[in-house]
Design a protein around this ligand. Structure first.
Ligand SMILES: O=C(O)C1=C[C@@H](OP(=O)(O)O)[C@@H](O)[C@H](O)C1
Ligand SMILES: C=C(OP(=O)(O)O)C(=O)O
Length: 662
């Protein structure tokens, strides 16, 4: 997950590859609750691991449910119809699929519960559900504003002799919540009547489908009346699989429709979701087809390629696909005219006011947008612009705006607070980068070169982490090559030069979390020994190894960007880098830093000796024939003698921001 303040997505030029989707949020949280209300154990496979399911799992644990979750599998030992824990304060983040169904279930079970969430959750309506439950005799109080969480639930006096009435025109989750919870008290037949036009109907179909899997056969008369038969009881199916999330699929379906692909390539393939899906958002494929996407669909997979280009403008009632329809709004940027998305009033009460948010952010890119109470009209930009995209803590805003990176102006797109995708798709951007391509020169590189002990490694690693970029510690390359050669039984010297060069070209090196990996081996400490240093220096004297390492280093230039530290990054390896820094500090300062480092490790040294060594090494590095240590002509000089690491990082980031078009 990108846990950075922002993520700059370089202009993208192609898309192709296979996507494994995370599990459906709507199915995951329903299944978890149903399993909790059932008796016995349910094993949930392919469960979504995200913020929304984490709050549901935590709540179930607090209620006394057995939860054994590891990876994408969770074994739930159900409560069998009663909360073991009669008192709890539950924090439900911004998960509508946790807040609303748990409100209904706990109000019917009785006890003393407080349900709260993020500030936005306290602005999302729940009044229609509370009214329906109060009508049944449930005791629910508002702890903040009337009609909104946080809620206080107590034990009420249930009266179940009349049909329960619930409004369906603000959120379908209110009806879903009643349907999921009422079997708890269905000793007699219970009917629910929907007041007003029911929106987001396919989500109610997911509910009915899953209730059926748990032994509850709800009778439905149109979309107005739902009856839970007398004596209904939850029966765990034992094992249950969660489909891939159809709303999450919409970004990759759009990607296939937008990203040009070469003849012979397969376009975007999506596994774990297809026409047999029980999720309404699978119908997004019809909208995408209308816009020009070529989609081959099987029961459990999808293949998407670009068809019509530009895309065809669309006018669509989107009430049946409220979440995936946001993706259409961004696809509309690539259309041949004005697209209209209608009947989307519910957008205004979701993670943010999505109509206002989409209108505002689409305009930043140059689109003309007309917004109404329940519609959005998008006309593509005449002149594409770029600007930081505000994401309003809304995962879907973040995900769908990533698609703007295919803009013909080849402008990068800045997504603010990319972490918000954690609500339903924590690895969204990693997945995106795994199936998109761009020209190498569009992948930005920041080079930080400088003499030994200038702090360049530390500064570069922090800068990379703050930008969510890849990191290349080029100084470690020779050490790793030497280690790999030794492990392969090659004597380090001219006799084995071709073999070592071949090895170097393919080295499986990775820098992650301050560690260095050779394949799966953590070699962070091994390459720092005195012996490794000697071997590295011998390896670096072999010209064809140096050449091989150039290719290897170029290979680190990958989406979304790279920070490379070393001695010749800006001068030799990445001469076209967008920013080059030459980081220095006085020999005295550097010697002091090194001295402190050694002493803290219990290694004895003298300050004077270290300074002498440093100066000798500087002289050698600066006068060597191949790639001497010197600032690139276009490098910014940064003397950090008087700066802390944080201050140096801040300086680099400021210089970097100066090169960005935002
Ligand atoms: O029941 C569900 O799982 C959902 C229903 C929809 O909400 P509304 O019914 O409020 O439109 C949808 O937007 C949400 O992401 C998930
Ligand atoms: C509306 C959404 O979420 P929630 O389940 O919190 O309503 C969504 O995921 O787009």
């Amino acid at each position: 997950m990108f846990d950075t303040a922002f993520l700059d997505i370089p202009a993208l030029t192609g898309a192709g590859g296979t996507v494994h989707l995370p599990g459906s949020k709507s199915i995951s949280n329903r299944v978890l609750l149903l399993a909790a209300l059932s008796e016995g154990r349910t094993t949930v496979h392919d469960l979504l691991a995200s913020d929304d399911t984490a709050v549901m799992l935590a709540a179930l644990r607090q209620l006394g449910c057995g939860v054994d979750a590891s990876g994408s599998t969770a074994v739930i030992t159900g409560l069998g119809g009663r909360a073991v824990q009669q008192q709890a304060k539950l924090y439900l983040g911004n998960a509508g699929t946790a807040m609303r169904p748990l409100t209904a279930a706990l109000a019917l079970l009785g006890g003393d519960f407080e349900l709260s969430g993020v500030p936005r959750m306290h602005e999302r309506p729940i009044g229609d559900l509370v009214d329906a439950l109060r009508g049944l005799g449930c005791a629910i109080d508002y702890l903040g504003e009337d009609g909104f969480p946080p809620l206080h639930i107590r034990t009420g006096q249930l009266v179940l002799d009349a049909p329960i009435r619930v409004r369906g025109d603000v959120s379908s989750q209110f009806l879903t919540s009643l349907l999921l919870a009422l079997p708890l008290v269905a000793s007699r037949e219970i009917s629910i009547e929907v007041v007003g036009e029911l929106i987001s109907r396919p989500y109610v179909e997911i509910t009915l489908n899953l209730l059926d899997r748990f032994g509850i056969a709800v009778q439905r008369e149109g979309w107005q009346r739902f009856t839970i038969p007398a004596g209904s009881r939850y029966r765990s199916p034992g094992d249950i699989h969660v489909e891939g999330d159809a709303s999450s699929a919409s970004y990759f379906i759009a990607l296939g429709a937008i990203g040009a692909w070469a003849e012979g390539q397969k376009g975007i393939e999506i596994e774990g979701l297809g026409e047999a899906s029980i999720q309404g958002d699978i119908h997004f494929i019809e909208a995408a087809r209308q816009m020009g996407a070529r989609i081959d669909a099987s029961a459990n997979s999808l293949r998407i390629r670009r068809g019509a280009w530009p895309l065809k403008a669309i006018a669509l009632d989107c009430n049946h696909i409220p979440d995936a329809a946001m993706t259409l709004a961004v696809m509309a940027l690539y259309a041949d005219g004005t697209s209209t998305l209608r009947n989307i009033a519910s957008w205004r009460v979701k993670e943010t006011d999505r109509i206002a948010a989409m209108a505002c952010e689409l305009r930043k890119l140059g689109a003309s947008v007309e917004e109404g109470q329940d519609f959005l009209k998008v006309t593509p930009p005449v002149l594409w612009q770029t600007a930081p995209i505000h994401t309003y803590d809304d995962h879907r805003v973040a995900m769908c705006f990533s698609l703007a990176a295919f803009n013909p102006a080849r402008l990068p797109v800045r997504i603010l607070d990319p972490r918000c995708v954690g609500k339903t798709f924590p690895d969204y951007f990693e997945t995106l980068f795994s199936v998109t391509r761009t020209e190498p020169e569009l992948v930005p590189v920041i080079c930080i070169d400088g003499p030994t002990a200038s702090g360049k490694g530390t500064v570069a690693a922090v800068v990379a982490q703050k930008l969510g970029y890849h990191f290349l510690d080029s100084g470690a390359m020779y050490r790793i090559t030497a280690l790999a050669a030794t492990q392969a039984g090659l004597a380090i010297g001219p006799a084995q030069e071709p073999a070592i060069a071949a090895l170097a070209r393919q080295l499986p090196v990775r820098f992650a979390d301050g560690k260095v990996f050779l394949g799966n081996q953590d070699v962070t400490e091994t390459i720092r020994t005195e012996e490794a240093g000697m071997n590295a220096s011998r390896v670096s004297a072999l010209p064809s190894v140096r050449l091989a390492l150039v290719d290897l280093q170029h290979g680190f230039r990958q989406l979304p960007g790279l920070v490379a530290d070393g001695r010749d990054m800006g001068t030799v390896i990445f001469p076209d880098a967008a920013l080059k820094i030459f980081l220095t500090a006085s020999a005295r300062q550097r010697a002091e830093r090194r001295y402190k480092q050694l002493i803290s490790k219990g290694i004895s040294a003298t300050l004077g000796g270290i300074q002498q060594d440093l100066e000798a090494r500087d002289a050698r590095d600066m006068s060597r024939q191949a790639a001497p240590l010197k600032p690139a002509d276009d490098a910014a000089l940064l003397d950090n003698s008087e700066l802390s690491i944080e201050e140096s990082v801040a300086q680099v980031l400021k210089l970097w921001q100066g090169t960005r078009p935002f």
